[in-house]
Design a protein around this ligand. Structure first.
Ligand SMILES: O=C(O)C(=O)C[C@H](O)[C@H](O)CO
Length: 291
């Protein structure tokens, strides 16, 4: 998506971002050169779609499978800060990404041979019901072929027809995944979770192997059938713009796990990277700032 961040005196900075793209960005920044990171979405033929492709390629994120949808353009969102948190206003009803799952063959080709496939609740929210089915079908096939499936439920009520539909679709999708990375404060009002442990328990009961519950400035809980690890972020991080905090945590966490790190080490890396991201405007920070 096109991202407009900043906004003081109505001056905005144009960037490219979006939750799954943000996670791909941080995975690319943190994984060694022997890994490849590919991004799958829909883009149009307009100048901004072309610029997004060029931006990804310049940053070593593969674009080979991206669908070109003639006549469509990227979605756009603006960020504003209010009551200590970031808020988004969207222009995406006719975005090319909404049609990313219209071609079954393209979907299967995009995930074939991957070690890990990552998607989110926003990916599902923007798709029509039948397209959601096609996407999940491709994901199940990739999993059967050996890919680990990682999923951030990333609740965005504004993108769903009702809370009931959102809860049902996200729960069904999570049950197909190996690693689920929800945010407790988003999930609590929808599912009635009273603690991070209850959020984790709900996904473990679905058969998810590794549940990574983020809780903003609180402790993250990493839960498996045999292990529970709570990891607090280092205090004192200054919040300029929290956009991309969860996505960057996910990117750092998943990169660490792929590199063989423990649950605790991966969560510590997640907090460290998210701590840098919230100190900058917009979702993507220069990889040089990540240390
Ligand atoms: O909200 C969305 O659809 C976005 O992808 C915009 C932001 O980059 C994302 O929400 C941050 O998690």
């Amino acid at each position: 998506m096109i991202e407009m961040s900043g906004g003081e005196d109505r001056q905005y900075r144009l960037g490219y971002a979006g939750d799954t793209l943000n996670t791909a960005w941080y995975m690319r920044a943190l994984l060694g050169k022997d890994w490849s990171v590919d991004y799958f979405t829909g883009l149009g033929e307009d100048r901004y779609s072309g610029d997004i492709r060029a931006f990804l390629e310049a940053n070593n994120i593969g674009t080979d499978h991206i669908r070109t949808v003639p006549g469509r353009r990227p979605g756009l969102y603006m960020i504003h800060q209010e009551k200590g948190d970031r808020h988004f206003t969207y222009w995406r009803d006719t975005s090319a990404a909404k049609l990313l799952a219209d071609d079954k063959g393209a979907l299967h080709a995009a995930v074939a041979g991957a070690s890990m496939v990552y998607f989110s609740g926003i990916t599902l929210a923007i798709l029509a019901p039948r397209a959601r089915g096609r996407l999940l079908g491709a994901i199940v096939k990739a999993r059967d072929a050996g890919a680990r499936i990682a999923f951030d439920t990333n609740l965005r009520p504004a993108l769903w027809t009702s809370p009931r539909v959102m809860a049902g679709v996200l729960t069904a999708a999570a049950s197909l995944c190996d690693i689920v990375l929800p945010t407790h404060t988003d999930e609590a009002p929808l599912f009635g979770d009273k603690s991070v442990d209850e959020t984790a328990e709900r996904y473990l009961e679905l058969g998810v192997e590794e549940v990574v519950v983020k809780d903003g400035a609180g402790e993250a809980l990493i839960a498996t059938a045999s292990e529970r690890v709570k990891v607090a972020p280092k205090p004192g991080a200054k919040v300029v713009d929290a956009t991309g905090a969860g996505d960057s945590f996910n990117g750092a966490y998943l990169s660490s796990r792929l590199a063989g790190k423990s649950l605790r080490e991966a969560a510590e890396e997640g907090h460290r990277v998210a701590g840098v991201v919230i100190g900058q405007k917009g979702a993507l920070v220069d990889p040089k700032l990540l240390g």
